[in-house]
Design a protein around this ligand. Structure first.
Ligand code: PMV
Length: 327
């Protein structure tokens, strides 16, 4: 059996985070500058089922059967073996690494899952289509997020911009099971540049999603108005992107950021970066992902990228990425 490597990009949510959990659309794009990588190397002297897991970034070097069954890597591996009906993986070493910052809204967990699932299925000689890779990664996402919408695993597995609408099963909780989201890819008629800036504050999505859930339970009408307003923005954004008017995204970003603030998922650090971007020539800016920390994004007018990045760094950004969409 040959060695097998798979990689998966990071992602950012352009519009619609949080509201997407409640059935509104969201738009996410892959970020190719950062990646997770999984490599499986056969161990010809090992016994079947002896799988060594190496993840130097987090200091992990253990045999698969020494890890907790709730560990995300175990869940990803078991998802593949049970789908493919494999009882013993031929002895091997799985090495996982990633340049995607963790807990910052760039989809590091989903990217690691997608890379591991693809590498293992490939190693076992049964590569899986994107839809199945995404579905397996979604099961692992539940360990990280509690009630994920499924957008991260989708955009990362397909590595293409997506317009995503979760299908909600009837009932009081938005955490439906067996759901099949609407996933539409769309055309970026005119390329545009997004700057991603990290607050350096790690903020687990599970917590902000849980807080929004509690807010929604306490004040359903107010939260549903916020979700609906974000949904309208996201629909307008899709039209602007497909119609070749990306500059229209700027004011919509500012508006979406305000609405996320009203939902309680902004923070002084995120607000400071959003303000710094707006003041240094960005056409608009907003937090991206779960919020409270992690990353924000800004829409850069042509030629203003360096100035915006410098201003973001002065305002406390620990890292910036310039990404061009639609080229
Ligand atoms: O923090 P991120 O980028 O992994 O994304 C969270 C997006 C939410 O809408 C807040 C939650 C979800 O599952 O969609």
């Amino acid at each position: 059996m040959p060695a097998f490597t798979a990689t998966a990009p990071g992602k950012i949510i352009l519009f619609g985070e949080h509201a997407v959990v409640y059935g509104q659309p969201a738009i996410a794009v892959p970020v190719m500058q950062v990646r997770a990588r999984a490599t499986i190397t056969p161990d010809i002297r090992g016994n079947a089922g002896a799988v060594r897991i190496l993840a130097p970034d987090i200091g992990l070097d253990k045999m698969l059967d020494e890890l907790d069954s709730a560990h995300a890597l175990v869940a990803a591996i078991e998802g593949v073996t049970s789908l493919l009906g494999v009882t013993h993986i031929p002895a091997c070493t799985l090495k996982v690494s990633s340049s995607i910052p963790v807990a910052s809204g760039l989809g590091s967990g989903a990217a690691v899952s997608v890379a591991v699932i693809r590498a293992l299925a490939g190693y076992l000689g049964k590569p899986l289509p994107n839809e199945q890779v995404s579905a397996l990664a979604y099961e692992v996402e539940k360990i990280y997020h509690g009630t994920p919408s499924g957008i991260d695993n989708t955009v990362i597995a397909y590595a293409h911009p997506v317009y995503f609408v979760r299908s909600l099963t009837p009932g009081p909780s938005p955490a439906g099971r067996g759901e099949k989201p609407t996933i539409e890819t769309f055309t970026i008629a005119k390329p545009f540049t997004i700057i991603i800036a990290d607050t350096g504050i790690s903020s687990p999505t599970k917590e902000t999603v849980g807080d929004v859930r509690r807010g929604w339970e306490l004040e359903p009408a107010r939260y549903e108005r916020l979700f609906a307003a974000i949904g309208s923005i996201t629909r307008a954004v899709r039209q602007a992107i497909e119609g070749g008017h990306p500059e229209r995204l700027g004011p919509l970003m500012n508006e979406n950021h305000e609405l996320l603030g009203e939902m309680g998922v902004a923070s002084p650090e995120l607000d400071r970066l959003v303000f710094a971007a707006q003041e240094s020539g960005a056409l608009g800016a907003k937090l991206s992902g779960g919020g409270r920390g992690g990353n924000m994004i800004a829409l850069a007018a042509a030629g203003s990228e360096a100035q915006i990045c410098a201003s973001l760094q002065n305002a406390g950004a620990t890292h910036t990425i310039v990404t061009r969409l639609g080229d």
